[in-house]
Design a protein around this ligand. Structure first.
Ligand code: GDP
Ligand code: IMO
Ligand code: MG
Length: 429
């Protein structure tokens, strides 16, 4: 049963890119199963020869791409922005990283069209702002579920593409013009643009579900890379302040076309504190100087949009919930080093509303906005951890912090990350 799923256990940006790159050394295939170019997964490659250390931010291509033996898959559950994908392939190519023969794109994945991005941006100007990344994600998934979306496979047949695009463009132009007073899009220009894209991606397109199931029969190992995080899940997150897909582990099976019985383990990536980009409730948010300090020490600015991330302490109530809805079997703690300089490290262990203690994580925004976090305060370690290479060499207070998390969450912490680089990763036990 060689599938391991990697999920973000909070509101995204937990360091999934770093962890996936690290684990890719020992897997055959890395596959993205949902979301699109709203994701920003950072991977730092070490200096080699004359090449200096390099940082890459991936939006659509799986974070296993830096290991030449790994095949990367963009599954049917992903929504693909051709422009973003081509730019990413070109960026990798210019850095000497080859995608040919190593990247497979599902013929069933839906395409993001310029009108999706226009609608995403325009809708965000209304009064119920989600704070989206503006990458057209919501509108593209709307069309998928309306059954009017355009898929990669539609690019193969000019007549089919023209028919579908014409129908969509007419409808969207009417919406853009009448409702929003925005500029209309030109059908012919769009057809030409997407046919060009078809020529460029043709060699990558295949039935990826069939490919993955064949790989499973051959006992090859697959790592399913989640984007976003559990609390941004459209079903299980803080709705409506969520993304439009299922980042939780269940999404991996539908988003890749692999059976649930093939899944062996589910790793939750957990940042040692909390961040959130965009709007929505965030019980442990710090809007004071401490929050500012977490943001500047942790470099908490969006990898996709550059927006400052909202910061706060770790929240065990939401994490216990995330563990439950994902079935997390192992945790990787990231960015422990960011806490090095803090005298005290509070961790939220309970939510209260008035004098009442809640029994779990409420997913209705009305309640969540009212909760007061109850903290347990840990003594900081005040020692630099970024050079530590073994768990036992961490300062005692840092080990106590990790052990407390493990005991409270009742899930094994298998990895601790103390820096963005590959070698700054400790394996526990
Ligand atoms: P993702 O979306 O979950 O892949 O995370 P992002 O790449 O958006 O954000 C994580 C940021 O933290 C990136 O800039 C990483 O390079 C960085 N990072 C990852 N792990 C660590 C760590 O253990 N310590 C520090 N200081 N930075 C880290
Ligand atoms: P990675 O994979 C953090 C957030 C947006 C917004 C909400 C909806 O890098 O962890 P969308 O554009 O998806 O419709 O926006 O979700 N969001 C993310 N936050 N990390 C991400 O991805 C995110 N992708 C979307 O900020 O609040
Ligand atoms: Mg990110």
């Amino acid at each position: 049963m060689p599938v391991q799923i990697i999920v973000g256990a909070q509101w995204g940006d937990e360091g999934k890119g770093k962890i996936v790159d690290h684990l890719s050394e020992h897997v055959d295939i890395v596959a993205r199963y949902q979301g699109g170019a709203n994701a920003g997964h950072t991977v730092v490659l070490p200096a080699r020869g004359k090449t200096k250390e390099r940082e890459f931010v991936l939006h659509l291509i799986p974070s296993g791409i830096f290991h030449p033996h790994v095949t990367c898959v963009i599954g049917n559950g992903v929504v693909i922005d051709p422009k973003a994908l081509m730019a990413e392939i070109a960026q990798l190519r210019s850095a000497g990283i080859n995608t040919k023969g190593r990247l497979l794109i599902s013929h069933n994945a839906h395409l993001i069209m310029p009108y999706h991005k226009a609608l995403d941006t325009i809708r965000e100007q209304g009064d119920q702002k989600i704070g989206t990344t503006g990458r057209g994600i919501g509108p593209a998934y709307i069309d998928k579920y309306m059954r009017t979306g355009i898929r990669v496979v539609d690019l193969l047949d000019r007549d089919v593409l023209c028919k579908k695009l014409r129908r969509n463009i007419e409808e969207k132009n009417e919406l853009l013009r009448k409702v929003y007073g925005a500029t209309e899009l030109d059908l012919d220009a769009l057809i030409q643009e997407y046919q060009e894209f078809d020529r460029e991606i043709d060699e990558y397109v295949t039935d990826t579900s069939e490919y993955l199931n064949r790989a499973l029969r051959k006992k090859r190992s697959i790592l399913a890379e989640g984007a976003q995080g559990a609390l941004l899940d459209v079903d299980h997150g803080t709705y409506p302040y969520v993304t439009s897909s299922n980042p939780t582990s269940g999404g991996a099976c539908t988003g890749l076309g692999i059976p649930p019985t093939s899944v062996r383990s589910i790793m939750g990536v957990v940042k040692a504190y909390s961040t959130r980009v965009g709007n929505g409730p965030f019980p442990t948010e710090l809007t004071d100087e401490t929050g500012e300090r977490l943001r500047s020490v942790g470099g908490e600015f969006g990898a996709t949009t550059g927006r400052p991330r909202r910061c706060g302490w770790l929240d065990l109530v939401s994490l216990a919930y995330s563990i439950r809805v994902n079935g997390i079997t192992e945790i990787a703690i990231t960015k422990l080093d960011v806490l090095d300089a803090f005298d005290e490290i509070p961790v939220c262990i309970q939510y209260r509303v008035g004098s009442k203690t809640l029994s779990g994580f409420p997913t209705d925004v009305q309640t969540l906005e009212k909760v007061t976090p109850v903290y347990r305060i840990f003594k900081g370690w005040r020692t630099q951890t970024s050079d530590v290479r073994a768990f036992r060499d961490l300062p005692p207070n840092a080990r106590s912090y990790i052990r407390f998390l493990e005991k409270s969450l009742r899930v094994r912490i298998g990895m601790v990350s103390v820096g963005a680089r590959r070698d700054q990763t400790l394996h526990v036990r």
